[in-house]
Write a protein that binds this ligand. Structure first.
Ligand SMILES: [Zn+2]
Length: 178
């Protein structure tokens, strides 16, 4: 079967005269191959006309807003992470001070043992705390106010401070008793 010029007419935007139109219709009625071609081309045209380009403004706005909140949440996480690093540094400094105090007031051998234990415990607990903190931060919705994160970090700081103080007291008292 000769599909020309019908194949070309299917893809052609140019208007046909009545004779061409009826010949094409007659060919389509008896040619499955050209019918398939026609339906495929109609599908493609449909896809092209209903593409996001048809409504660029809302699509763009949504994407832009999603990008904005994502950037905000990244910034928020970065701030919280920086805060946690500061706390970790403060914790390390506290441990060093605790160690120096122990050296001054107790025997070096005892200090090495107790400090090794304290430091390893501290790192273990801090690792767990950071894990929990990052998991919670991940769960926060992007729009969650930053003060929630700050509140959480502040609570963590208070807990750490109390923990360091109590460790220091236990250690100090231990040295005193000995
Ligand atoms: Zn055909």
């Amino acid at each position: 079967m000769n599909h020309m010029p019908f194949e070309k007419q299917l893809f052609d935007d140019q208007p046909m005269n009545e004779q061409q139109d009826s010949m094409l219709k007659a060919h389509l009625s008896e040619c499955g191959q050209c019918r398939k071609l026609q339906s495929q081309w109609q599908f493609v045209e449909q896809q092209l006309s209903s593409a996001p380009m048809a409504s660029p403004v809302p699509g763009f706005r949504n994407r832009w807003q999603a990008g904005l909140s994502r950037r905000r949440s990244i910034q928020q996480r970065r701030q919280v992470f920086r805060f946690l690093i500061t706390l970790l540094t403060a914790d390390a400094v506290s441990l060093i001070i605790l160690g120096i105090t122990s050296i001054i007031s107790g025997s070096a051998a005892q200090w090495v043992l107790s400090t090794a234990k304290t430091v390893s415990t501290a790192f273990l607990i801090w690792g767990k705390l950071l894990e929990v903190a990052s998991a919670i931060i991940e769960l926060l919705p992007p729009a969650a106010p930053a003060f929630l994160a700050i509140l959480f970090a502040g609570g963590l700081f208070l807990a750490t401070a109390l923990w360091v103080v109590s460790l220091w007291r236990i250690s100090f008292q231990g040295v005193k008793v000995k």
